[in-house]
Design a protein around this ligand. Structure first.
Ligand code: SF4
Ligand code: SF4
Ligand code: FES
Length: 246
């Protein structure tokens, strides 16, 4: 087994001048994840390092960090896929909590409020179960698979320098554009106005770093393309309804 040299960024918000890397050496173990590396350093060498994790199985998204410059889940990334020198930093874009932990909750809370990510009804449901086609159900499920890890946002140049909601946000928006049960016209208009802006789909440069790094392997570029088509269709439909000016 190799000896791993692990550099961890030590940082606190508002104290950027004091940010520095601490270096630790540990023995690599079979099937060792980067999260296990962090646990071992915390337990045996330095209890003060700060990072987050909950599920340890690529479900909660909390352990997302930059590993050798690339945004990844620490619990999913095996040391065997990395060189023996490993540098760990917090995700870009989000506000720092401490060391490797960032606050993603505010970003996703604001996003969900802005997009109103729930089904808006004008009519009462006739039955508790309203059937939709299998094809549509699988399209909706695709954006439901997002674990809000923030990796696509951190990887996205557009999101790092503007108020762009990222591929995850656009995917969430598409989910509610496509859902036929979301039939409140005013709510749809509001959703379209958010998506058809630089904060939404028009802010995407289409380069694809989001899809490259998404740990759930969601086809984000296809989703962004589909969202653009569906939003444009709705804009044209509204436009055609307007009476012609004399
Ligand atoms: S789309 Fe993928 S990378 Fe982006 S937040 Fe969701 S799971 Fe993470
Ligand atoms: S395609 Fe590029 S600009 Fe668009 S969301 Fe993905 S990373 Fe960001
Ligand atoms: S600890 Fe939950 S995704 Fe890594």
């Amino acid at each position: 087994m190799r000896k791993l040299t692990v550099r961890i960024l030590r940082a606190k918000p508002g104290q950027e001048k004091n940010a520095h890397f601490d270096e630790y050496c540990i023995e690599e173990k079979p099937r060792m994840s980067v999260l296990l590396v962090l646990d071992e350093i915390k337990e045996t060498k330095d209890p003060s390092i700060y990072y987050e994790s909950v599920c340890r199985s690529s479900i909660c998204g909390s352990c997302a960090i930059k590993i050798n410059g690339q945004p990844k889940l620490a619990c999913k990334t095996q040391t065997s896929s990395l060189p023996d020198k490993i540098t760990l930093e917090p995700l870009d874009v989000f506000p720092l909590i401490k060391d490797l932990a960032v606050d993603k909750s505010q970003f996703f809370e604001e996003l969900n409020k802005k997009l109103e990510t729930w089904v808006h009804r004008q009519k009462e449901f006739k039955n508790l179960d309203e059937k939709i086609s299998e094809e549509l159900a699988s399209q909706l499920y695709e954006s439901e698979r997002c674990i809000e890890c923030g990796i696509c946002i951190s990887a996205c140049v557009a999101a790092s320098c503007a108020k762009f909601m990222g591929a995850s946000g656009c995917g969430k928006g598409l989910r509610f554009v496509l859902d036929p049960r979301n039939e409140d016209k005013e709510a749809i208009k509001k959703l379209i106005s958010v998506l058809a802006s630089d904060e939404g789909l028009w802010g995407c440069h289409g380069i694809g770093a989001c899809e490259k790094f998404c740990p759930k392997e969601i086809n984000l570029l296809k989703q962004l393309g589909k969202a653009r088509i569906e939003v444009l269709k709705l804009i044209v439909k509204e436009w055609l309804k307007k009476p012609l000016k004399k």
